[in-house]
Design a binder for this molecule. Sequence first.
Ligand code: NDP
Length: 452
Amino acid sequence: MSTVNSINPYTHKEIESFKKHTKQDIAEILQKADHRFYLWRETAFSKRKELMLAAAKELLENKQEYAETMSLEIGKPISQAIAEVEKCAWVCEYYANNAEKHMADVTIETDAQKSYTKFEPLGVVLAVMPWNYPFWQVFRFAAPALMAGNIGVLKHASNVFGSALNIEKVFKRAGFPKYCFTTLLVSSDGVEQIIENPVVKAVTLTGSGPAGSAVAQTAGKHIKKTVLELGGNNALVVLADCDIDATVDICVQARFQNTGQSCIAGKRMLIDEKISEEFIEKLLVKVRELKSGDPMDKETYIGTMAREDLAAELEQQVNDTVKAGGKLLMGGKRQGAYFEPTIVSEVTPKMVMFNQETFGPALSITTFKTVDEAIELSNNSRFGLGVSVFTTDIKNAEKLVYRFDEGAVFINSLVKSDPRLPFGGVKESGYGRELSSHGIQEFVNRKTVYIN
Ligand code: NDP
């Protein structure tokens, strides 16, 4: 099919129909992007900084416009969509102000008169991105990539083509030269051919394991670097000495923000059995207070899920868990793409909600007797993106950090991405890092210079 229709998951009405790029369109765009690279890498950091700050300003000035498209396309509550656009402005500002420092030469003393490492951009980098944070996932790639002197081409998820074009618009309105950042309207079956094009030097993908594996396979065949940010099944480890009220609030946000559709959401709650009764009672009160409704309403916290098929998949996972002995404490029902906030307790590692990623507003609860058991349960996952540990004994918690097989350990906080901190996983959550100095240095040639 040469068109893609985007459907509003809340109203089920068609929003827009997009004409996909043809193979010839794509070849031409890639050619022009490559040509742009050789000019773009000559620009001074001061010029790139000026443009990136203009992109941040554009985002903030028109956040309502950009947020509305996201809400219409994926049922994301508008207040959370606005916050997402604001966070994108932050990452633009962060790299505008820090890229030059992160990319500075590093002198290494050897027997040469002078020897050092230079960080140079690679060229055109393809980003294959998901729908769950339609702006943020792209900006956290684009801001460092462009500041490093690379060129970005985006293949966004097929249900967010409106947002994909808006992102291109942000850079255009900010004054970036043409083809510094281009959106390709293409389905997943067109990705292989893009990666194979010699102009494309590297690929970054955020999304599911099968998508990551397919992209890395093609990139590997052509010896092109990949960064993969895949799924997660983060645990929320609630120790007996935690501050219960504060922890409840953080856990609710960790699981239910973005209607639960986040790779770093806390999906498996592990609670010390000594406090589980009191904790669960308070948790249920807070989750019942979450307001479901029209994503365009400022008061809505739980919107619809992004697509009906994703909600149906979650329904199946919850039903399977309950059938296997999980205790449904609240929710569990679906209406189209809307899924009620759901909590299932007495979940064991053999049950679906424990051993599969649930990508929606459903939390599983498992109790433990000892800290060793909690760590073992937390590590009992194919994924390794992050974990949250809640305790008032921070010294002891820090001693436990090395025992978690994760890309990140957050103590008394939900796992979150921050432009200043590296972000990424281990195990089937992927490899490579985004954000901070680590993110900008992923798509560079670390050139050794030796002068005798
Ligand atoms: P996908 O992983 O299928 O989609 C993510 C991106 O990859 C989209 O741009 C998609 O394009 C593209 N893609 C998919 N398959 C391929 C392929 N074989 N080759 C090249 N590109 C591909 O996510 P889904 O929308 O299907 O969601 C399914 C599950 O993935 C979720 O339930 C969740 O578990 C996980 N997921 C994880 C995310 C994360 O942040 N880590 C984000 C989103 C999903 P297209 O849309 O055209 O198919």
